[in-house]
Design a protein around this ligand. Structure first.
Ligand SMILES: [Zn+2]
Length: 134
């Protein structure tokens, strides 16, 4: 196997991460569960955790996603219903959104983060796990 060719363009790791695929090779099946990536890509063996505390970046990504969704929900709801804004509905929806989205989309935020990081810091040879005997 060995190390696959690098991503075709500078931005492709990010695009692949947004699509929920391996940022390096575009392979699928990188999720262990809804909130977890596998340790390494099943296709190219790229190890997703680059350093200690690496998922802090994914938390920033999920914050940004929640912020955009919450802002769209709240401002959009206000604009669409003005002047009779259903404040309670907006508030309850906003609380649910803030409570649920981070859990449901956390795994996705990780693949986006890996792609974003890889866009600026391309994968290095030593970041690929050795082939498993299987
Ligand atoms: Zn891969």
């Amino acid at each position: 196997m060995g190390t696959p060719a690098p991503p075709p363009t500078r931005i492709s790791p990010l695009v692949r991460g947004i699509k929920g695929a391996c940022p390096h090779c575009g392979g699928r099946g990188i999720f262990a569960s809804i909130a977890e990536l596998r340790d390494a890509c099943p296709t190219c063996r790229y190890s997703f955790v680059r350093e200690e505390g690496y998922w802090l970046g994914a938390m920033i990504v999920i914050f940004a996603i929640v912020l955009v969704l919450f802002g769209s929900w709240f401002v959009g709801g206000m604009l669409l219903t003005w002047p009779d804004v259903p404040w309670n509905t907006l508030m309850i929806g906003g609380i649910l959104l803030n409570g649920i989205v981070p859990f449901v989309l956390y795994g996705w935020s990780k693949s986006i983060w890996v792609g974003l990081d890889m866009t600026f810091n391309p994968a290095r040879f030593e970041e690929f796990a050795p082939d498993e005997q299987a």
